[in-house]
Design a protein around this ligand. Structure first.
Ligand code: PMP
Length: 396
């Protein structure tokens, strides 16, 4: 039986950008020791105190259907946190609790795009973006950025893509996965200006907002005139090492959230009550816990800066936020794909090719800083040595 065009073409060409990841997993399954630096998963587990809160909630009876928009106390807590962090008055009616940021991205695009509408996103991008937009029925259109611009989008590029495609929305992500870029006020103002000029909704993926190494996180929803046309995606995954709990949110104008609640009724039917109670407990611990969860990445970024400074083959734009390094491997003469593949074969180190994140990241690799410090430093040293060897061969 024929499946829908929508599902058959979710990842066109059969490639989903995860080939090196799958190859590494297959090697690991065969018993080969592989240093895994591909996906954005903390090497610590969810804090035991959060698990205790989850357990107490479930045992206390919160195992039935939960309120579909999210439990009131969590919606209030998220709203207060957003108000505090951005200065934009936010209430319960501006918040929908979702099963993770990923579900929020899908729902947000369902809310602003009709089938076939163009939805813009910035290249390089988080791997799931184009498929998520297609799943929502939209037509993904990329806006290229350049390494020389620190992978920040230019207003003219957004406007050109918007006009060419008659787009309805623009998806941005700051702090950025994979590049580590944080958009400064000027960049966000030009993005906001482009949205106003082209009549776009702005969907702002802020799931890394607690992982800031350089500069400050600014939400574009806080810019004048933007709250009415912005949907913010947030999540407990990265901030509290709760990736498996599947708890996130969408923040937006109340009329949009009301429609999104209706969409949730017909799709997810809410998030488990015991997970929401655990998320509420976690948020109540305040920024100290968030800093504790972010600390390993801060340390490893500092290690990486030292290691990269001692060589001259690989170039790195120091990440301003998030848990990844983007390394320019072009001096080795290889593409990101070929480098990642050769590195896995030769050194048993798995990284993501830049090409998995779009054409703007070609010739780069993304290294997740997600293993213990000493092993991370050792792997990075070996990676640099491997790159230097390739460059020397090329020169000779
Ligand atoms: N956005 C970005 C940029 C991400 O990197 C991720 C997860 N890696 C997500 C959204 C989704 O996160 P979650 O669904 O776990 O909240």
């Amino acid at each position: 039986m024929q499946l829908s065009h929508r599902i058959e073409t979710l990842t066109p060409g059969g490639s989903d950008g995860w080939e090196v990841f799958y190859k590494a997993k297959a090697l690991i399954a065969q018993g080969v020791a592989v240093t895994e630096l591909t996906i954005g998963e903390h090497d610590i587990r969810t804090d035991p105190a959060i698990l205790q809160a989850m357990d107490a909630s479930a045992r206390g009876g919160r195992t039935g259907y939960s309120e579909i928009p999210g439990i009131g106390a969590l919606r209030d807590r998220v709203a207060a946190r957003i108000t505090e962090r951005t200065g934009v008055t936010t209430g319960r009616d501006n918040v929908l609790i979702t099963p993770g940021g990923q579900a929020g991205l899908f729902a947000a695009h369902c809310a602003v795009c009709d089938p076939g509408d163009a939805a813009l996103f910035i290249d390089p991008y988080y791997v799931t973006y184009p498929g998520t937009l297609r799943a929502a029925g939209a037509r993904p259109v990329s806006v290229p950025t350049r390494a020389e611009d620190g992978f920040r989008p230019r207003k003219a590029a957004i406007l050109a893509a918007a006009e060419g495609a008659a787009a309805k929305s623009l998806l941005i992500n700051s702090p950025n996965n994979p590049t580590g870029a944080i958009y400064d006020r000027e960049t966000l103002e030009s993005i906001g200006g482009a949205c106003v000029e082209a009549g776009l909704w702005l969907i702002s993926d802020e799931v890394y907002d607690t992982q800031i190494w350089d500069g400050a996180h600014l939400s574009p929803r806080a810019l004048p005139g933007m709250a009415d046309r912005t949907l913010v995606i947030g999540s407990m995954s990265k901030s509290h090492a709760m990736t498996g709990s599947r708890c996130g949110w969408i923040i937006g104008p109340d009329h949009a959230i009301a429609r999104l609640i209706s969409l949730a009724t017909h799709t997810t039917y809410g998030v488990p009550g015991f997970v929401q109670d655990a998320a509420l407990f976690a948020l109540d611990q305040g920024p100290e816990l968030e800093e504790l969860v972010a600390a390993p990445f801060r340390r490893r970024r500092a290690l990486a800066l030292r290691i990269l400074a001692a060589q001259n083959t690989l170039r790195m734009l120091p990440p301003q936020g998030a848990m990844y390094l983007m390394l320019d491997v072009r001096a080795t003469g290889l593409s990101g794909n070929a480098f990642a593949d050769a590195l896995l074969d030769a050194e048993r180190i798995a990284v993501m090719p830049g090409e998995s994140f779009g054409q703007a990241a070609a010739g780069h690799i993304r290294v997740a800083m997600t293993i213990e410090d000493e092993a991370f430093a050792a792997a990075l040293e070996r990676l640099c040595g491997f790159a230097a060897g390739l460059a020397a061969t090329q020169a000779g």
